[in-house]
Design a binder for this molecule. Structure first.
Ligand SMILES: *Cc1c(COP(=O)(O)O)cnc(C)c1O
Length: 364
């Protein structure tokens, strides 16, 4: 039996008629960048996140850069983030000229609020908690720390669209949040796409200009800006798929339950914190002899991933920041034990049982 990690062609086959109609409408309309189609999608996205504004941008990385820029963060400033994320959670900080500072993570792979005090300096301006795997960070503790020290909180919610924590949606906890609609994410475009959400009108206005060359009107530039706009065709695809997001998350949550039942006592599985609804962008187990397990699964037709095998603080650009092995022991230990199992919404229960059986076989 084959268990692929993703199934893009399966997704397309199911959605072909709807997507083609949405694309046809957009191409016929003649507006290809931003415009009405993007605004329609932005309204629905803002509503989903319980935020006042959403702004479509070119990708999730730009979304982070634009927020930092708009908040005036730059050279001489420090921003705290997690070391076990996709590189963009830290590169955005360096790209605006500020310094990324890392804090270690808890057993559930999320930023440990108890470690924030150690990372704080007079230069700290903001915290970027990462809702890794589709699980929302301990935002009550992170926000309390930020309020006390007058720091901005920017949620990197690239993996967490649709996730809830005590009834509040990912994207509604900080001054602003970012989403990625990369093809691998739970809400996916047919290419690169991303968004900023915020309820702060001044910040929204600034980012609206920053994403489009600082252009207030066709020929009036207010400040230097970027070209980081969302294409109308991607917005049309995203708006069509957004209607289905609840079902996507429900299917992933069902898959997660099957894994937890089948793997209890065999490997560590992620759990939902009480009152939280994870989006399960990833289902990451923590297991001994990870590399051998991954090879065994591959031999049995099961594709898996590792998110992420090299912590950001051990990547080449962090050498100049003085980062060293041993700086963040929990993150480093996890990086050797984490394995992302297939969790996508097109998996059949029999495929999940095959994964479970293959893992049990390995540890027998
Ligand atoms: C995917 C991702 C990003 C970057 O998004 P892009 O759209 O690929 O630029 C940032 N942070 C996290 C945690 C991600 O998973």
């Amino acid at each position: 039996m084959k268990v692929p990690y993703v199934d893009f062609s399966g997704q397309y086959a199911l959605e072909k008629r709807k997507l083609m109609a949405a694309i046809d409408k957009t191409l016929s309309g003649g507006e290809y960048i931003l415009g009405r189609q993007v605004e329609d999608f932005e309204k629905e996205l803002a509503a989903l996140c319980g935020a006042k504004y959403a702004l479509g941008v070119a990708n999730g990385t730009d979304a982070l850069v634009l927020i930092l820029k708009a908040l005036g963060i730059g050279p001489g400033d420090e921003v705290i983030t997690a070391p076990n994320s996709f590189v963009a959670s830290a590169s955005c900080i360096a790209l605006v000229g500020a310094r990324p500072v890392f804090v270690d993570v808890k057993d559930n792979q999320l930023m440990d609020p108890a470690k924030l005090a150690k990372a704080l300096t007079p230069r700290t301006k903001a915290i970027i908690p990462v809702h890794l795997t589709g699980k929302i960070c301990d935002m009550e503790a992170i926000n309390a720390f930020a309020r006390k020290h007058k720091l901005h909180v920017i949620e990197d919610a690239a993996q967490a669209i649709g996730a809830l924590r005590h009834g509040k949606a990912a994207g509604s906890f900080g001054i602003a949040a970012t989403f990625s609609f990369h093809p691998l994410k739970n809400l996916n475009a047919a290419g690169d796409a991303g968004a900023v959400v915020t309820s702060d009108p001044a910040l929204a206005d600034k980012i609206r200009l920053l994403r489009n060359h600082g252009l207030k009107s066709r020929n009036e530039v207010v400040f230097w800006g970027y070209n980081s706009r969302l294409d109308s065709i991607q917005a049309a695809i995203l708006q069509s798929r957004l209607k289905n997001l609840d079902k996507v998350i429900a299917a992933r949550r069902r898959n997660a339950d099957l894994y937890r039942k089948g793997l209890s006592g065999v490997v560590d599985c992620p759990k939902d914190e009480r009152g939280c609804q994870d989006a399960y962008h990833l289902f990451v187990i923590q297991a001994d002899r990870r590399d051998a397990l991954q090879a065994h699964l591959q031999e049995n037709g099961v594709s898996t991933g590792v998110h992420y095998p090299v912590p950001i603080h051990l990547q080449a650009p962090c050498k100049t920041l003085g980062c060293r092995e041993g700086d963040f022991p929990d993150c480093e230990r996890q990086s050797l034990r984490i394995l992302s199992l297939p969790i996508h919404q097109y998996l059949k229960p029999a495929q999940i049982q095959h994964v479970i059986k293959s893992i049990k076989e390995f540890y027998r």
